[in-house]
Design a protein around this ligand. Structure first.
Ligand code: FMN
Length: 222
C-alpha cells in the first residue's frame, strides 16, 4: 500500500471482529508515527495503549457507566464550537444521517441512536485502543501536531491491514479515563481510538462519508 492508497483507503471503522491483534505491531506503528512533522519538534503527544486484561477492565467499567445514564463529568474542551456555523453544521448533520441510514436506525428513534452511540464506549468491539493526551499548556498548534501523529497512526494501521476509529467521545468521561490510566493532572485527554480488524459484515462499515469538493475550501492564487 503506498501513501496515496492508504490515504484513499482509510476510513472510520465502527465494527470490529473478535480477532486478536498483534500488539507489538501496534506499538511499533505508534512509535514510528512520531515521525510526524510538529512545530519546534516539541512532540506534544502522549499515548496510552490499552489491550488485554486492561481492556477487559475498561470495557467492564464503561458498561457500568452506561448503566448509570448520561455522563455526569464536565468535558474539558468543546468537541465542537458551541455555535458551529454553516456549512460545517450541514456536513456534520449529513454524516450522522448517512451513518444512521447505513445501520437502519430512524432519525426520530432517539433511544435507538443513543444505544448505538454507546457502542463507542465498548470501542466498537475492538480489542486494542489508545488514548491521546496533551500537556494542558499546549494550544491549537500542538493539538494540530498531535493530529498529524494520529493520522500517521491511522495510515500505518491501514498498511498493516488494521483499521481504526478516532473517538473524541471519550472526552465526555475525562475523570473516569484519567483515573483509569493514571494520567497526571497537568494533562488533558483529547481523544481515544479503537484499533482492530474491520468486521466487513457490520452495516456501519458501509458508510463512506462525502467530502466537500476542493473548490469549496481551496483558493488558487496564481
Ligand atoms: C479526532 C477525531 C475524533 C473522532 N471522534 C469520533 C467519535 O467519538 N465517534 C465516532 O463514531 N467517530 C469519531 N470520529 C470519526 C469521524 O466522525 C470521521 O472521521 C468523519 O465522519 C469522516 O469519516 P471517515 O473517517 O470515515 O473519513 C472522529 C474523528 C476524529 C479525527
Amino acid at each position: 500500500m503506498n501513501v496515496s492508497e492508504a490515504v484513499a483507503y482509510r476510513r472510520s471503522v465502527r465494527g470490529f471482529l473478535d480477532k486478536p491483534v498483534d500488539v507489538d505491531v501496534v506499538k511499533d506503528i505508534i512509535a514510528r508515527s512520531a515521525r510526524a512533522a510538529n512545530g519546534g519538534n516539541v512532540q506534544p503527544w502522549h499515548v496510552d495503549l490499552v489491550h488485554g486484561e486492561s481492556m477487559v477492565r475498561l470495557k467492564e467499567l464503561m458498561r457500568g457507566k452506561m448503566a448509570e445514564g448520561p455522563p455526569k463529568e464536565e468535558t474539558e474542551y468543546n468537541i465542537y464550537p458551541p455555535e458551529l456555523k454553516k456549512p460545517y453544521t450541514d456536513r456534520r448533520f449529513e454524516v450522522g444521517q448517512m451513518l444512521y441510514e447505513a445501520i437502519g436506525i430512524r432519525r426520530e428513534d432517539k433511544m435507538g441512536r443513543m444505544m448505538w452511540f454507546s457502542r463507542n464506549f465498548q470501542f466498537f468491539n475492538a480489542p486494542v485502543a489508545l488514548f491521546l493526551t496533551l500537556d494542558r499548556q499546549m494550544g491549537p498548534p500542538q493539538w494540530g501536531d498531535a493530529g498529524m501523529m494520529l493520522q500517521n497512526i491511522m495510515l500505518l494501521l491501514c498498511e498493516a491491514g488494521l483499521d481504526s476509529c478516532a473517538q473524541e467521545c471519550w472526552a465526555v468521561y475525562p475523570k473516569t479515563i484519567g483515573a483509569f490510566l493514571g494520567t497526571p493532572d497537568d494533562r488533558i485527554l483529547w481523544t481515544g481510538m479503537s484499533i482492530g480488524y474491520k468486521d466487513p459484515n457490520d452495516p456501519a462499515n458501509a458508510l463512506l462519508p462525502n467530502r466537500a469538493p476542493a473548490s469549496e475550501w481551496m483558493i488558487e492564487h496564481s
